[in-house]
Design a protein around this ligand. Structure first.
Ligand SMILES: *[C@@H]1O[C@H](CO)[C@@H](O)[C@H](O)[C@H]1NC(C)=O
Ligand SMILES: *[C@@H]1O[C@H](CO)[C@@H](O)[C@H](O)[C@H]1NC(C)=O
Ligand SMILES: *[C@@H]1O[C@H](CO)[C@@H](O)[C@H](O)[C@H]1NC(C)=O
Ligand SMILES: *[C@@H]1O[C@H](CO)[C@@H](O)[C@H](O)[C@H]1NC(C)=O
Ligand SMILES: *[C@@H]1O[C@H](CO)[C@@H](O)[C@H](O)[C@H]1NC(C)=O
Ligand SMILES: *[C@@H]1O[C@H](CO)[C@@H](O)[C@H](O)[C@H]1NC(C)=O
Ligand SMILES: *[C@@H]1O[C@H](CO)[C@@H](O)[C@H](O)[C@H]1NC(C)=O
Ligand SMILES: *[C@@H]1O[C@H](CO)[C@@H](O)[C@H](O)[C@H]1NC(C)=O
Ligand SMILES: *[C@@H]1O[C@H](CO)[C@@H](O)[C@H](O)[C@H]1NC(C)=O
Ligand SMILES: *[C@@H]1O[C@H](CO)[C@@H](O)[C@H](O)[C@H]1NC(C)=O
Ligand SMILES: *[C@@H]1O[C@H](CO)[C@@H](O)[C@H](O)[C@H]1NC(C)=O
Ligand SMILES: *[C@@H]1O[C@H](CO)[C@@H](O)[C@H](O)[C@H]1NC(C)=O
Length: 721
């Protein structure tokens, strides 16, 4: 009965109601059927009850006028995975008020809807519509909301849209629109939301835009807009959110920006060419929650303007030329104490210098990200930084910070990303770092950390990228590293690690990059490495690894770089797979290797004579003593020393006794300025001699670098010994 009733109405209507009405009604039916016909895929069955067994006003997504003429007022089919083209027959639904087809997979042009005088809402966003925005849309003269965002539209915005005087919301976000912003849009006084972001619009922002009396949200970010914001702005008390991020706007900001935009909550000016000081007037925008001035050319000190901005949650000043050179320059920290909700603070890549003041401790403990990398910070990090226990991200890299991290690191229990690289941090890596169980990125690279690697690092189950390279870390790699099941990158290169590579590392199946080069590791490559199916880079050069080259290296099918050079591998190079590829594999400086692919230029394998074996063994015993492999080096002259104490350390350095200090390749590279020409004091037939200064032992040394390509270089080494 329920199904029959509408049919009956239709039939009844056809017989008894005035002819033209009938005609219009059937026209609506025809328009909907045309629309359905244009649809090529309907995986959700959204149109499954669009059949002649029920009246179209009862079809899914359709609503009609309540009076008997039953005209379609409402077509709402968003998020239904519909594909196909949108039929322009919808332009016949002359009573339509709402047309909502967003979040589908529609392709083809925007339908021509020019005659829909009653249309209020047109949402076609998040489809794959292409072509131009039809200027005929300007004839939908009662339109209040127009959203064509996230499509593939090209061409320019038709100036005729300026005639849509009733428009309140306009979004063309994320298309490929070009050309300038039509001036007329700024004349639409009722506009509250304008979003033209993520297009390729160029030219200036029309002056009228700064006079729209009702504008609340204005998003023009990620275009190619140029020019500037007018020097004198008239009051725009309605404006709450303004983003012009990532354009080519420039010059100084209007000095009165804060006073004419009193109700601003969000101000994003990042990625432009704004210059001058950060304006004090911003301090009067008391409702500001987010301020992003990053990647501009702002100069001078960061003003103390935050006292009234108690609602600020996001403050991004990174990548400018902001300065702090004395206590006045750091006063803004005291001020930030009033921003109780602050969650993100970035000062990255500016010119802040000196010690991080203790007053950092009165910044909000709600902080989740604190980024101060790439400045000129020095001194010790105040241990009060440990009170930001909610921090998820802390970046202090690329500064000159010193001291230890032991006092505070263990308290930052929620950290996920910690970057301290390229500083002068010293001391040991505190075992309490194992308490930061959320940590997935940790870089301590290029510092002066000493001591052993704490086994507690193995508790960091989320760890993805662990970079400890270029420090003075000793001892062996803890077997506990085998628990780091999420590990993708492991870099412990350029340290003084010894012992064998733990077998357990073969359990870290996600590993893509392993760098352990320039240490003093011994033993062979663990057999378990044959399980590392994702491994792409394995750098083990400059160690004391020995034994035959394992054939299972040939299992590492994704390997793009396998550097085993300057170790003590010996025997025949296994053939017929990865190890044949000289663009991937480096084997130089392993005098015991033979055979292999022709590209390696290794000597052919032969029965080893007793004498050669003896020399080989001698080299093998001596090399570990000297602890550096690539270039066999001999410090053979000690320059005159000034102090008695340093004299003693020379003796320690060169006695072959127990206290013989371990000098890594890195130390020697550092001592000789990376073997720079200015330190070259002689060159002979078997190698070159450099002068250098080993900072650790405060000793001047001469370093002889043997050229292993030269025949008999090894013999010359033995005889010099
Ligand atoms: C068609 O489907 C919609 C949504 O499921 C439902 O509201 C409507 O009643 C259905 N119409 C008929 C005639 O079954
Ligand atoms: C309905 O729209 C189609 C396509 O725009 C058009 O060709 C047709 O003439 C229209 N029908 C009526 C009755 O206006
Ligand atoms: C648009 O098309 C691209 C491929 O051309 C597809 O990857 C994307 O999912 C489509 N988007 C929508 C919303 O249909
Ligand atoms: C739509 O706009 C026209 C003028 O273009 C006007 O005459 C008409 O009354 C409006 N209709 C509605 C429902 O607002
Ligand atoms: C602007 O909006 C107001 C309130 O919604 C309305 O009364 C007025 O008619 C609109 N103005 C225009 C030009 O459409
Ligand atoms: C915008 O309005 C001003 C006056 O209100 C008028 O002079 C100007 O021509 C209009 N611009 C456009 C493009 O409609
Ligand atoms: C951006 O605009 C400038 C002129 O203002 C033009 O030279 C440049 O080609 C444009 N870039 C893009 C990517 O459109
Ligand atoms: C901020 O910290 C400093 C030093 O830690 C302290 O002397 C000062 O009183 C604090 N200021 C506020 C506003 O809490
Ligand atoms: C870094 O700061 C020191 C003083 O702390 C100063 O001597 C040096 O010039 C600064 N370097 C740069 C690049 O600003
Ligand atoms: C933090 O780590 C240290 C050293 O590993 C441990 O002794 C301590 O109990 C841990 N503290 C907490 C609260 O987990
Ligand atoms: C580890 O950090 C150093 C210093 O920043 C960098 O040069 C190196 O590429 C990093 N290692 C890996 C594997 O990304
Ligand atoms: C060697 O490895 C490179 C890089 O993976 C690859 O492009 C090349 O085809 C390989 N050569 C042979 C002979 O397998």
């Amino acid at each position: 009965m329920l199904i029959l009733l509408p049919l009956l109405l239709l039939y009844y209507g056809a017989r008894n109601i005035h002819c033209s009405t009938v005609h219009e009604n059937i026209r609506d039916l025809q328009a909907l059927l045309d629309f359905k016909q244009g649809i090529t895929s309907d995986p959700n069955g959204a149109l499954s009850n669009w059949t002649m067994s029920s009246h179209f006003c009862r079809w899914n997504g359709v609503k009609c006028t309540l009076t008997p003429r039953l005209r379609v007022t409402y077509l709402l089919l968003n998020g239904q995975k519909l594909s196909g083209q949108i039929s322009s027959s919808l332009g016949n639904l002359t009573f339509l008020k709402y047309l909502v087809l967003s979040y589908n997979n529609f392709v083809g042009p925007v339908p021509l809807l020019g005659s829909l005088q009653q249309l209020l809402i047109l949402y076609l966003n998040n489809n794959n519509l292409s072509g131009n925005i039809p200027d005929a849309l300007a004839r939908c003269s009662n339109l209040t909301d127009l959203d064509l965002s996230s499509n593939l539209l090209v061409g320019s915005i038709p100036p005729e849209l300026g005639f849509l005087t009733t428009l309140k919301q306009l979004s063309f976000h994320q298309n490929h629109l070009t050309g300038v912003i039509p001036l007329g849009l700024g004349n639409i006084t009722n506009l509250t939301v304008v979003d033209l972001s993520y297009n390729h619009l160029s030219g200036p922002i029309p002056n009228q835009f700064w006079q729209m009396p009702n504008i609340v949200w204005l998003y023009l970010d990620s275009n190619n807009l140029s020019g500037n914001i007018p020097r004198t702005l008239s009051p725009l008390p309605s404006l709450q959110q303004l983003s012009v991020t990532d354009n080519m706007l420039g010059n100084t900001l209007p000095p009165n920006i804060g006073t004419v935009l009193p109700n601003l909550q969000i101000l994003y000016l990042a990625g432009n060419m704004f210059e001058g000081f950060i304006l004090a007037s911003l301090g009067s925008v008391s409702g500001l929650t987010a301020l992003d001035l990053s990647a501009n050319k702002f100069t001078g000190q960061i003003p103390s303007i935050f006292r009234k901005l108690s609602g600020l949650t996001y403050l991004n000043l990174e990548a400018n030329m902001l300065e702090a050179s004395d206590s006045a320059g750091w006063e803004f920290f005291d001020d930030l104490a009033n921003c109780r909700s602050l969650e993100v603070l970035s000062l990255y890549a500016n010119q802040l210098q000196g010690v991080i003041p203790n007053s950092i401790s009165n910044v909000s403990t709600n902080l989740i990200a604190l980024l101060m990398s790439g400045n000129n910070l020095s001194g010790i990090v105040p241990s009060s930084i440990g009170k930001f226990s909610g921090l998820i991200r802390l970046s202090l890299d690329m500064n000159h910070l010193t001291g230890t991290i032991e006092d505070w690191i263990g308290k930052l229990k929620n950290l996920q990303k910690l970057n301290l690289e390229k500083n002068n941090f010293a001391g040991t890596i505190a075992p309490s770092i194992g308490n930061l169980t959320q940590l997935s990125f940790l870089s301590l690279a290029e510092n002066k950390f000493t001591g052993f690697l704490p086994p507690s690092l193995g508790h960091l189950q989320q760890m993805n990228n662990l970079n400890l390279s270029y420090n003075n870390i000793q001892g062996s790699i803890p077997v506990d590293f085998g628990n780091l099941k999420q590990l993708v990158i492991l870099d412990v290169s350029l340290n003084q690690l010894g012992g064998e590579i733990p077998e357990t590392l073969g359990q870290c199946q996600q590993l893509v990059t392993i760098r352990m080069d320039q240490n003093m590791l011994t033993g062979n490559i663990p057999t378990t490495f044959s399980n590392l199916n994702s491994l792409s880079v394995l750098n083990l050069f400059h160690n004391i690894l020995s034994g035959p080259l394992p054939a299972y290296l040939n299992n590492l099918q994704l390997i793009t770089k396998l550097d085993l050079s300057y170790n003590d591998f010996e025997g025949e190079i296994p053939r017929n797979s990865v190890l044949d590829n000289a663009t991937v594999v480096s084997l130089d400086g392993n005098p015991g290797l033979c055979g292999g692919a022709i590209d390696f230029h290794m000597p052919p394998c032969q029965v080893v004579s007793r004498r050669a074996g003896l020399v080989n063994n001698l080299i093998k015993t001596l090399i570990p003593i000297f602890s550096f492999m690539s270039l066999i080096m001999l410090a053979y002259t000690i320059f005159h020393a000034k102090k008695k104490t340093s004299r003693r350390s020379h003796l320690l350095l060169f006695s072959f006794g127990r206290k013989f200090p371990k000098v890594s390749y890195k130390d020697i590279a550092h001592a000789t300025g990376n073997f720079c020409e200015s330190n070259l004091i002689g060159r002979g037939s078997y190698g070159s001699v450099y002068k250098g200064k080993i900072t650790q032992a405060k000793t001047q040394v001469a370093v002889k670098v043997f050229d292993l390509e030269m025949r008999c270089a090894d013999r010359s080494f033995i005889s010099e010994c």
